[in-house]
Ligand binder design. Structure first.
Ligand code: COI
Length: 355
């Protein structure tokens, strides 16, 4: 592991007073972690510096060809005041997998994890206290070469910024409405759908805006070939409960292999639910909701945690799930997952990294 140089800020910001108003990703802490990469030299100069603007060449490749990937993980405050991370090494390993697909360098995961922990330690007073809040951690990698030929960059910047956050959806744990997108697609086989590349999110914004104007929180993407099968909701993977059984789209290369998804599937099996990963036709979901077999729908994600879905709209047909409050399966999984993340329940799977 490389040594991390620290330069502390001399002008600390005021921390948010009202933690019930944090929202998501609007406030940033006093410091950030940076590390550079150059082909032939590898990752070098890991450092923590005051949070601030970057100065970059307007020709930097990230601005033109979008070699940009990111991650999202969180630091949680336990009731005894101690801090803990949830499977951060999984995020960094996934970032290296995203990097490989985007012709970007494999991350120095060991130094990145050490930098992440040191940064959070320096910013420990920024980790909020209120139930449901956390310090969101956003590792990012961008291409720096100033040249307009379409090739992989030789220089990259990896950085981590931190943001104290509340619930991702303003609805909190109240079920959200989701619009099933039947025109645009998010990803296709052989593409970059499984990566956390910035372009996947850029491509989703138009459909998201249209859905929002129709009164829906987000878009549910269908497969990019037949537009028949459920994929994911950009900021979360989808799960459906059929009584005691939980089904979710199998990983097929075009949906994000969510760390919350994987953790929830493992917890669900440990809690005695039957779990199935399979191809799920949206038509079947609608039929199953209408005849009462599908009892709940919810999304899973680092930012979204477990977010119940109370309404789905597909080609102007609407189906309603539940009674306007979170269902028992989503509630049980939410309580178990957040219980582990906030240290209220034992961490039997070895997922927690205490700071
Ligand atoms: C996360 O859940 O951490 C994500 O990266 C989703 C994001 C688009 C808010």
């Amino acid at each position: 592991m490389q040594e991390i140089k620290v330069t502390l800020s001399t002008a600390l910001k005021q921390k948010p007073q009202d933690e019930s108003q944090l929202g998501f990703g609007r406030i940033f802490t006093d410091h950030m972690f940076l590390m550079n990469y150059e082909k032939g030299r590898g990752w070098y100069d890991p450092r923590i510096v005051p949070y601030g603007d970057f100065s970059m060449d307007p020709a930097a490749m990230v601005f033109h060809y979008g070699q940009a990937i990111f991650e999202g993980t969180k630091c949680y405050r336990r009731q005894d005041g101690g801090l803990q991370l949830f499977r951060p090494e999984e995020n960094l390993a996934r970032m290296s997998r995203s990097a490989e697909r985007m012709a970007m360098p494999h991350l120095d995961e060991e130094t990145a994890l050490a930098g992440l922990k040191k940064l959070v330690d320096i910013e420990k007073d920024w980790v909020p206290h209120q139930d449901g809040t956390s310090l969101y951690i956003r590792p990012t990698m961008i291409a720096l070469d100033a040249q307009l030929g379409v090739h992989a960059s030789h220089k990259y910047l990896f950085y981590i910024i931190l943001s104290p956050v509340g619930a991702y959806y303003k609805e909190g744990l109240k079920p959200v409405g989701i619009y099933v997108e039947d025109s645009y697609v998010r990803a296709v086989r052989g593409g970059v759908g499984f990566t956390k590349c910035a372009g996947n999110y850029a491509a989703s914004i138009l459909a998201g805006d249209i859905a929002e104007k129709k009164g829906y929180a987000q878009v549910l993407w269908l497969d990019g070939v037949e537009q028949k099968y459920v994929e994911e909701v950009g900021s979360m993977n989808m799960m459906f409960a059929y009584g005691n059984k939980i089904v979710t789209p199998m990983l097929n290369g075009s949906i994000l292999p969510g760390i919350t998804r994987k953790s929830v599937l493992q917890l669900a099996a440990q809690l005695g639910y039957e779990v199935e990963e399979k191809r799920i036709a949206i038509e079947d979901v609608f039929e199953d909701i209408k005849d009462g077999r599908c009892t709940e729908a919810f999304g899973t994600g680092t930012a979204a945690v477990i977010s119940p879905v109370g309404e789905l709209c597909w080609k102007d047909e609407k189906v309603v799930l539940g009674d306007g409050s979170i269902g028992p399966v989503a509630q049980k999984l939410y309580d178990t997952l957040t219980g582990i993340q906030y240290g209220r329940l034992p961490d039997e799977n070895g997922w927690i990294v205490k700071l």
